[in-house]
Write a protein that binds this ligand. Structure first.
Ligand code: AMP
Ligand code: MG
Length: 430
């Protein structure tokens, strides 16, 4: 067992995966993915659950928001200089000029006058503050067409109740940054800011490769020393839950076979994920074949042996570079690896929710031991009292126990023992 302090910390490896995979998925998503906002809204109106979509690139505002200085209140547009000497016992009285309804362009405000202005209507040129109608005397607008005056009993600061042009977002500024999922507020502001079309990331195409000469596809008879390809099913589902489209292949522990599968990768593959063949043993096909990638040990149990890098897929005529994320073959290791390293960045790019598992902290129902230098991830569930009990031992082959668990229980590096009753962090996996 690798229980030494030289392993790569979990957070570092997660960051390395995110830095490599996130931008690569966004690059792969450019091109034919542009959609009009009208099309997104048509989908929504048709009753489709708004497909999770994130922006591939920053969207910039075409117009200022607000587009012009306007009133935040129903009230009087004034020049604050005109009200400088107003006091309760010594009001300033101003003639009332024509009112300004929303959707009209008012004439400039003469000096020493007040213009009734409605919420959202443009400020007349020269006016620099709004006194809300309740604070005017009388506190109601005069009948249209009557000659009237209004009294003010207090000064008003410049800018009061004025929503100035560009104060939400200015034309040319980023209104919704890349990687933001498009929900109601984002769609609303894109339309308000005059953006008509955006580039969104569709589900990335992931090529999932189960490696192992012992593997047999589901449904075939098992020979001696053979086992069914559990990872093909489990990782397909995990990737799909994180918003990916998946193509799956099984290859023997044979470099030529692995190379052939990569050469025949579908054209639009954006990411290769492998299981198995990354440890320090003798038949480690992924590690021994894809020598440009990093292979090493992360300070986690299960899921210690990991690989990460950029590999070439396709034939010489049309090859491309795509990121490789290589997981160990033990089914629990592979699934825990997805949770720790790949799911967050994948879900962020696809807009799949939740991006992160919901987390909690509760007392242990039993004592737990853990290797000193490793972040141990155990499988657990809440007992009748809400305490966290283990489901099975730490072994990374215990897939049935993972299937029976509802929690991933985290024991951080440096902690070798927790007692019954000690609090422990967990992620909900169901
Ligand atoms: P490896 O990482 O290739 O050394 O595999 C570690 C362990 O996981 C071995 O016991 C393998 O037989 C097992 N294993 C590898 N791939 C799979 C798979 N796709 N499904 C089930 N078990 C696997
Ligand atoms: Mg293997």
């Amino acid at each position: 067992m690798h229980d030494d302090a030289t392993n790569r910390p979990v957070a570092d490896h997660a960051a390395a995966v995110a830095e490599l995979v996130g931008p690569a998925l966004l690059r792969a998503a450019t091109g034919p993915t542009a959609v009009t906002l009208a099309a997104l809204l048509a989908d929504a109106r048709a009753g489709a659950v708004l497909a999770p979509r994130v922006l591939v690139r920053d969207a910039t505002a075409a117009v200022d928001l607000p587009g012009f200085d306007n009133s935040q209140m129903d009230g009087y547009a004034v020049r604050c200089d005109d009200l400088a000497d107003a006091a309760p016992g010594d009001p300033v009285e101003l003639p009332v000029v024509a009112p300004v309804p929303a959707g009209t362009t008012p004439p400039p405000l003469p000096r020493g006058a007040a213009a009734p202005v409605m919420t959202g209507a443009p400020m007349p040129d020269g006016a620099d503050a709004v006194v809300k109608i309740e604070d005017a005397d009388p506190p109601a607008f005069p009948e249209l067409g009557t000659a009237a005056t209004v009294r003010f009993t207090m000064p008003v600061a410049g800018g009061t109740f004025v929503r100035s042009a560009g104060s939400d977002v200015a034309a040319g500024d980023v209104v919704v940054p890349a990687r933001t999922p498009l929900g109601p507020a984002q769609l609303g502001v894109l339309v308000a800011a005059g953006v008509a079309q955006v580039e969104t990331a569709g589900p990335p195409h992931v090529l999932l490769i189960s490696t192992g000469s012992e593997l047999v596809p589901a449904g075939r008879p098992l020979g001696a020393a053979q086992l069914y390809d559990a990872n093909g099913a489990a990782l397909t589902a995990a990737l799909a839950q994180a918003g990916a489209r998946v193509s799956h292949r099984v290859v023997a522990d044979d470099s030529a076979a692995l190379r052939a599968v990569l050469a025949e990768a579908p054209d639009d593959v954006a990411l290769v994920v492998t299981s198995g063949g990354v440890s320090a043993g003798a038949y480690e096909v992924v590690r021994q074949t894809l020598t440009d990638a990093w292979f090493g040990h992360v300070a986690v149990q299960p899921g210690g042996p990991q690989g990460l890098g950029t590999i070439t897929v396709g034939t010489a005529a049309g090859n491309r570079e795509v990121p490789l994320v290589a997981f160990p073959g033990n089914p629990v290791s592979a699934l825990v690896s997805v949770e720790l390293f790949l799911r967050p960045v994948l879900a962020e790019i696809t807009g799949a929710t939740p991006t992160h598992r919901s987390r909690g902290r509760a007392p242990l129902a039993e004592a737990v031991d853990s290797p000193r230098h490793l972040h141990q991830v155990r499988r657990g569930r809440r007992d009748a009292d809400g305490r966290v009990e283990m489901v099975g031992g730490p072994g990374s082959h215990l897939l049935a126990h993972l299937a029976a668990a509802t929690l991933l229980v985290h024991v951080p590096p440096g902690v070798t023992h927790l007692d019954e009753g000690d609090d422990v962090d967990y992620w909900e996996i169901r």
